[in-house]
Unconditional design. Structure first.
Length: 210
C-alpha cells in the first residue's frame, strides 16, 4: 500500500511538469519562428520631376511578425538623370546602391503604410553645358534617405503572403544628396511597383498568423 501511495504521489508531481513542458512546446510552435512567415520580393522605382528622372530596382527579404506587420532588409540600385543642374544645358548622371530596411503596417489586408531607411553609395558624373566654363567632374559620396508613404496590394491574407503592390513614398529626411530630392531640396514622389512572394506556403496546411 505504501508503495502504491509513493507511485501515485510521484505521478501527481511529475504529470504537471510534463504538461507544462508540452504547453511550452505548443506555445513555441504557435508563437515562435515560423518559416512560412518568410517572404521575398522586389520592386521597380520610377520618379519623374522637372528635368529629372529616377529609375531603380530593390530586391528584399523579410518576415511577417503578425497579420498586421512585415519587416524586411533590402538592397537598392538607382539611376538618376537630371538636366539644368547648375546652369541651363548642363546634366548629371548618377548611379547609387546601398542597403536598406523597411516596415510595413497593414491596417487592412489590401492597404499598407511604409517606413523605409536607405543608405546609398553614390557615383555622380557632372556634364557641363557647352561654353559654360564648368569642367566635367566625377565625385563619390553617400547619403541617407527616410522614405515614408503607403500603398495598395492585390491582397495580403493569412496563409497567403504572395501579392502585387504599388506604393508612393517621399523622403522626409530631405538630405541634399539624396536620390529622392531635387535641386531645390524638395522631396519628389517615389512610385514603386512590385511583387511580394511568400515562402514555404505551397502545398501544405496553411497557418494563421497571430
Amino acid at each position: 500500500m505504501k508503495r502504491i501511495f509513493v507511485v501515485v504521489l510521484l505521478a501527481a508531481l511529475t504529470l504537471p511538469c510534463f504538461a507544462q513542458e508540452e504547453r511550452k512546446k505548443e506555445d513555441y510552435k504557435e508563437h515562435g519562428f515560423k518559416k512560412e512567415n518568410l517572404f521575398t520580393g522586389g520592386d521597380v522605382t520610377a520618379s519623374f520631376y522637372s528635368g529629372g528622372t529616377v529609375l531603380g530596382l530593390s530586391p528584399y527579404f523579410g518576415y511577417s511578425i503578425n497579420k498586421y506587420l512585415d519587416v524586411a532588409a533590402s538592397l537598392n540600385f538607382n539611376y538618376i538623370s537630371q538636366r539644368d543642374y547648375q546652369v541651363y544645358g548642363d546634366k548629371i548622371r548618377q548611379n547609387d546602391f546601398g542597403p536598406g530596411a523597411f516596415i510595413r503596417v497593414y491596417p487592412i489586408h489590401f492597404l499598407f503604410a511604409q517606413v523605409q531607411y536607405e543608405h546609398n553609395f553614390i557615383r555622380q558624373k557632372y556634364i557641363p553645358a557647352a561654353n559654360s566654363g564648368y569642367q566635367e567632374e566625377i565625385v563619390h559620396f553617400d547619403a541617407n534617405s527616410l522614405l515614408v508613404g503607403g500603398g495598395y496590394t492585390s491582397g495580403r491574407r493569412d496563409g497567403n503572403n504572395t501579392f502585387y503592390y504599388v506604393s508612393i513614398l517621399w523622403d522626409v529626411a530631405k538630405v541634399a544628396e539624396s536620390p529622392y530630392v531635387d535641386g531645390l531640396g524638395r522631396a519628389v514622389p517615389v512610385i514603386k511597383a512590385g511583387v511580394n512572394i511568400g515562402l514555404f506556403q505551397g502545398g501544405g496546411r496553411r497557418h494563421r498568423r497571430r
